[in-house]
Each structure stands twice: as C-alpha cells, then as structure tokens.
Design a binder for this molecule. Structure first.
Ligand code: AMP
Length: 410
C-alpha cells in the first residue's frame, strides 16, 4: 500500500514526499481511511508507530476541503507540553502546502503574548494540554462550539497524570455531533470507560508493539555521514561479524553500499524492491547458505526475511519510524539465539536515536571512539577464545569497554 491508495489530496502527498515518507506505517494504513470516512476510531498504538500522521493527515484533509466558518474545527489533546509541541510541528510539516489551514499549540507555561499571537486571526486546529485549554476556555479566549474532530492522544498517560477529569470536562464542552479518535498504548478499565463515553461505534484498531528480543545487544557507534562507508568496511574486517544484515533507507543506498563492500573484498549482496523476484530469491539463497557474508537491504525488501544465524544487524542509517528499528534488529537473535545490533549514528540522526530509545525504552550504549572492538554475540563471547578470530578476544580501546552493553531504562 502507498499513500495514494489512502485517497489523500495532492498537497498532503507532496508534503509526505518531502518528508521522505515512502509508504504508510501499519497504524496509518489502518486508520486514515476510516477517519477520512468520518468514523470514530479507538486505536491501541504507541508513539513511534507513526500515529501522529495517522490522525493529522485526515484532519488536515478535512480542514482543507471546507473553509473555516468560524472557530476551532479540530482539537487534539495530548498529556505533555513536549508532545503538544511535537504534534503541532507535525501538523506544520504535513500541512506545509495548505497555507489556509492554521494550527496552534496551547500548553502550560506559555506567556499570554505568545498565546494571543498564536491564536490571533483564528485557527482551525488546536493542539493542547487539557489544563491550559480549560483555563483558556474559562477565560473565553477559546470556544469549542465548532469542533468537528476531536483527538485524544496518549489516553492512558492522561490517566496516569491525573488529567482524566479535565479530559472529560472538555469532552462535555464539545458539540455532540463530531468525530472522535482516541489513541492509547494500553486500555485499562478507566480508559475503556472513557472510550464508551466519548466514542460512537468506533472502529477498533490495535497495532501490536514490536518487541525487542532479549538476546540482542544494542550499540550506537557515532560516525558522521562521510565516514560511514570506510568505517563500515573497518567494522566488517572483523571476523566476529560472521554474518550481517546491513540496513539503509533507500534502494540507491543499497546499491552504493553493496558495490563499495564488494570493491573492498567483502562477500556482499544487495536486496531491494527494484530487483526482480528471481534475483531477490537468488541473493537470499546465497546469503542463507553462507556464500555471501553480508546482505544489504531496505526495510521493505527485508520484511518477512527469516534467516537463522545472522550474528549482526548493522543500521547504516537510522530509520525514521522507531518501529522499523525494532523490525530491523529482529533479524538477528532469532529462535532464542544471541545477536548484536550496531547503529551507525551521525549527529543529524541524534533525534531519531532519541525516538528509538523512547519507543524501545532501552538506552543504547554509545561508542564514540574508533577503532572500536566489534562485539560478538554474547554466547560466543562466553566461549573460550578461538585463536585468530577477532574481537571475541580483541580488547576494545580504553573507555569503549565501559560503555558496551544494553541498559534497560528504569
Ligand atoms: P509518531 O509515532 O507519530 O511519533 O512517529 C514516529 C516517527 O515516525 C516520526 O519521526 C515521524 O516523522 C516518522 N514517520 C511517521 N510516519 C512515517 C512514514 N510513513 N514513513 C516514514 N517516517 C514516518
């Protein structure tokens, strides 16, 4: 499926292309159509799955279709100031070619001047934290009489933070005839009860959270883009990497990396969507049999590939969607085995790294100095050293050692 299949209008498709989105994530594929059709939605999905675009795109499309008659048409409630800012920025990105649709962020701590500026001249969409919004409604700064679309984001977090009553109060102020979408990572009883109050015959969608297998050690190696190819060759010189999948975002990238590795004498092959089926099968068979040591792939081409014995996954670049990171690294440590995931992270990818850490709730160990010792999967490290085989015995440089290992966030 691609975004065109979701019946999105051209200015939105153009913005998605600029943002580098090639296809909808599962939550987008499942919720955009019902939302465009006016249905209520109850979605179980986490941040990191692309859920913001899943509700922002239909809202923008509906706001663009009919010009504003007065008042706010769409209201998005989110539990924290950070999330409100992030969601409002997403509306700005996706709505960049819809200059007539205006969005404002409203959260605690904003000064009044800032607020007045944001709301002056009228806005179509408000993204707000509940407390501050109620405060503004109370002062007649904002009216909610014209709201047609209401999104409650991170409903379970609203409950945890004690905002449920404010949310209910706001829902009471909204017109009865409206569309509502609720997103929550879990559905505890009070949230189920709330959904029964605010949603009408919702389409229920659950996107299972992709879980990181226990046996994967995750590391982030800091490398700037210009150094990535030579550093990759350096890494692969180590026989501790018995067999690796290397991920990159684009087909073009697969071709470039693969030919670079072949030139460096590494037995490598590439797989992506532009390759004919028989070629993909041939490449996969070679990799499965161990005839090639490295398989360079795009996310899409790698979907469904289930090969045992991949010791390392290397993210040549970080994926935009954190969920894809989990899918990528899940190619190693299959069937209870151990594996290592190495992400080559440049300064301009630090935000993506932070998003991945939020989604997986795992802090990736940072390795900043080169050359670094490659880490062999844990089971192999536990074995007695095999003569002449790489870093299972090679000592990492001082400083790097202490930072190796995946730390579960408390
Ligand atoms: P969210 O779960 O909405 O916080 O989104 C997580 C990240 O995925 C954000 O950085 C988005 O920019 C990115 N993203 C959302 N949808 C897509 C898509 N279809 N393709 C690529 N990146 C996406």
């Amino acid at each position: 499926m691609n975004f065109k299949d979701l019946a999105l209008v051209e200015p939105l498709l153009r913005a998605l292309k600029t943002a580098g989105y090639t296809r909808p994530t599962p939550i987008q594929a499942e919720t955009i159509k019902p939302l465009l059709a006016g249905r209520d939605v109850c979605a179980t999905a986490q941040t990191g799955t692309g859920k913001t675009a899943a509700f922002a795109l239909p809202i923008l499309q509906r706001c663009a279709a009919v010009s504003r008659r007065g008042g706010v048409r769409a209201l998005v409630l989110a539990p924290s100031r950070e999330l409100v800012i992030q969601i409002a920025a997403a509306f700005g990105t996706y709505g960049q070619h819809l200059p007539n649709v205006r969005c404002a962020a409203v959260y605690g701590g904003m000064d009044e001047k800032e607020l007045r500026k944001g709301l002056s001249g009228g806005v179509d969409i408000i993204v707000a934290t509940p407390g501050r919004l109620l405060d503004l409604v109370g002062h007649k700064f904002v009216t909610l009489d014209h709201v047609e679309m209401f999104v409650l984001d991170e409903a379970d977090r609203m409950l945890d933070l004690g905002f449920l009553q404010s949310v209910q109060q706001i829902a009471e102020l909204l017109p009865k005839k409206r569309q509502t979408a609720m997103y929550s990572s879990t559905l505890p009883a009070p949230i189920e009860a709330l959904s029964a109050q605010i949603l009408v015959k919702p389409v229920r969608i659950a996107v299972a959270k992709a879980a990181v297998a226990d046996g994967i050690q995750q590391l982030a190696y800091f490398v700037e883009p210009a150094d990535k190819r030579p550093k990759l060759v350096e890494l692969l010189a180590d026989p501790a990497i018995r067999s690796a999948m290397i991920f990159t975002r684009t087909r073009h990238g697969v071709e470039r990396i693969n030919s670079h590795l072949i030139k460096a004498g590494i037995r490598s092959a590439g797989i992506h969507g532009d390759k004919p089926q028989h070629e993909r099968e041939r490449v996969l068979a070679l990799f499965t049999k161990g005839m090639t040591r490295v398989l360079v792939a795009t996310d899409v081409a790698a979907r469904g590939i289930d090969i045992d014995g991949i010791s390392h996954v290397i993210n040549y670049d970080l994926p935009n969607v954190p969920e894809s990171y989990v899918n990528r690294i899940g190619r190693t440590a299959r069937a209870g085995a151990r594996g290592v995931a190495i992400s080559l992270c440049a300064t301009n990818e630090l935000q993506l790294l932070a998003g991945i850490e939020r989604y997986t709730k795992v802090h990736l160990s940072r390795v900043g100095e080169w050359p670094v010792g490659v880490v062999a999967p844990a089971a192999e490290r536990a074995e007695s050293p095999r003569p002449g085989t790489g870093v299972a015995q090679r000592r990492p440089p001082p400083g790097a050692m202490g930072r190796i290992g995946t730390v579960k966030k408390r």
